[in-house]
Design a protein around this ligand. Structure first.
Ligand code: NDP
Length: 457
């Protein structure tokens, strides 16, 4: 990190939070690209903008007691990190996973601040969740929690969270393991406790204030963003071989959109392993995966035999399977694509990586992509379509109106194009044309930093 001010703040964060590796990784990734902006704008250092940006405005941790199906009392830890509200109410998802801790949520909340700024909508950044594991019942490990257990957990979680959120304060949404079912239980409990119907959560069901296209938005948005990148090299998705990781919300809709645009999607993955289909999955296969994951809540290994031409590779990631990959879409989890995976992809033809997940590429992988000058989109830019559509859900709730799927999809396309152009132009303005990492960080940072300067210390 060359800029002295950025380096000083990075050292302070390392000294203060030495046990938060994911948070340190996310902060370093942003600060290391801001040098030219900090040099051109001394007011940011004078106002201690970086020191303030790396400290959440508020961090809440709480006890979540609940009763399992056997009548045993269980206790999990709940969190909400309200990172920055300079440009709008805190906004960001809730994640339920045993890997959830303060470091993970601070990394996600920090990223969210820049991502939300990039969407062009008035949203601050936050993130929350719990170490609750809905995929592992505490009384029968390996078996999923029942709907009743998930409901009781969500009700207890919201019984504390409700006092810290609100439609103009903090508007959570889903993230890993928090989909339509969980948002429904959380919303029901919020309504009961407050006796109010407001758009306090996004990702709601269509019958009670949800937006059409919200489930599709993150995956579709990542593909729209990637399409804008390809257009800068006068290319399209037609005939491109694409590797996608994950098989949840983001991955499945990214795969679906890619196939409809003429690409060949050759992989999907989950905790059980990777599905590889040399001639490409069909939209029917993807629909089957969506049903598997959202209705039956099963594993990819269960359907591998019924997908035409599929091979199943147990464990691991899908990055080093296909003999040729033109485009990669990591849509599973943080740090799922490492330096060796990046080298493999580059050697096997990869010219575009668009992140659907948050921070899926390790710093070594990012360095390889940037050095190879391929089209590489960091998650905070390419996966912003989800939160942008959450912003559109908030607008519809405030208006007491529901927009058509086409209206929302058109707005999503416009927003992804605007994010792309802002990131591209910010990189060019600060001497790093084609570097979307620098461009996204700079464009996201400037709006929040200027709002913080304007609002005083
Ligand atoms: P889901 O829970 O729907 O899907 C996550 C996928 O990743 C599943 O296929 C899951 O497998 C797989 N996975 C998780 N952990 C592991 C692991 N340790 N090893 C192998 N596979 C794993 O989550 P989403 O699709 O919503 O989110 C995916 C990523 O996208 C996350 O990083 C999230 O923060 C990010 N994101 C999501 C947004 C959204 O709107 N949903 C918005 C912006 C970013 P399995 O099914 O076996 O659990």
């Amino acid at each position: 990190m060359k800029n002295k001010y950025a380096k000083k703040v990075m050292d302070q964060v390392r000294a203060k939070d030495p046990n938060q590796p994911e948070f340190l990784q996310a902060v370093e990734e942003v600060l290391s690209t801001l040098g030219p902006v900090l040099e051109a704008n001394p007011q940011y250092e004078e106002n201690a903008i970086l020191e303030r940006m790396v400290e959440p405005e508020r961090t809440i941790t709480f006890r979540v007691p609940w009763v399992d199906d056997k009548g045993v009392v269980r206790v999990n830890r709940g969190y909400r990190v309200q990172f920055n509200s300079a440009i709008g109410p805190y906004k960001g998802g809730l994640r339920f996973d045993p890997s959830v801790n303060l470091s993970v949520l601070k990394f996600l909340g920090f990223e969210q601040v820049f991502k939300n700024s990039l969407t062009t909508l008035p949203m601050g950044g936050g993130k929350g969740g719990s170490d609750f594991d809905p995929k592992n019942s505490p009384h029968t490990p390996g078996k999923r929690c029942s709907d009743g257990e998930v409901m009781r957990f969500c009700q207890s979680f919201m019984s504390e969270l409700y006092r810290h959120i609100g439609p103009d304060t903090d508007v959570p949404a889903g993230d890993m393991n928090v989909g339509g079912r969980e948002i429904g239980y959380l919303f029901g409990q919020y309504r009961k406790l407050t006796n109010e119907w407001t758009g306090v959560l996004t990702g709601k069901g269509i019958s009670y204030g949800g937006s059409l296209m919200r489930p599709e938005a993150t995956g579709y948005g990542a593909v729209y963003f990637a399409g804008n990148m390809l257009a800068t090299r006068k290319q399209s998705f037609k005939g491109k071989i694409c590797a996608v990781s994950g098989s949840g919300n983001v991955a499945s809709f990214a795969a679906q959109k890619l196939i409809t645009l003429g690409a060949k999607v050759v992989t999907l993955s989950d905790r059980s392993g990777s599905l590889y289909v040399k001639n490409g999955l069909t939209t029917k296969d993807v629909a089957e995966v969506i049903a598997l994951k959202t209705v039956r809540r099963g594993e990819l290994s269960e359907i591998a035999a019924s997908v035409k031409g599929a091979k199943f590779y147990a464990g691991g990631n899908p990055w080093q399977i296909a003999a040729r990959v033109d485009c990669a879409f990591p849509c599973s989890r943080q740090n799922e694509l490492n330096g060796a995976d990046a080298e493999y992809l580059l050697k096997h033809g990869c010219k575009l990586v668009a992140e659907g997940a948050n921070m899926p590429s390790t710093p070594e992988a990012i360095a390889s992509f940037v050095e190879a000058k391929i089209l590489y989109a960091p998650g905070k830019a390419s996966n912003a379509g989800g939160v942008a559509t959450s912003g559109l859900e908030m607008s519809q709730n405030s208006e007491r109106l529901s927009w058509s799927a086409k209206t929302v999809d058109d707005k999503l396309r416009e927003i992804m194009a605007a994010i792309h152009d802002n990131a591209y132009e910010a990189a060019a303005k600060f001497g790093q044309r084609g570097n979307y990492v620098a461009g996204a960080n700079i464009a996201g940072f400037l709006k929040v930093a200027d709002a913080m300067v304007a609002q005083g210390v």
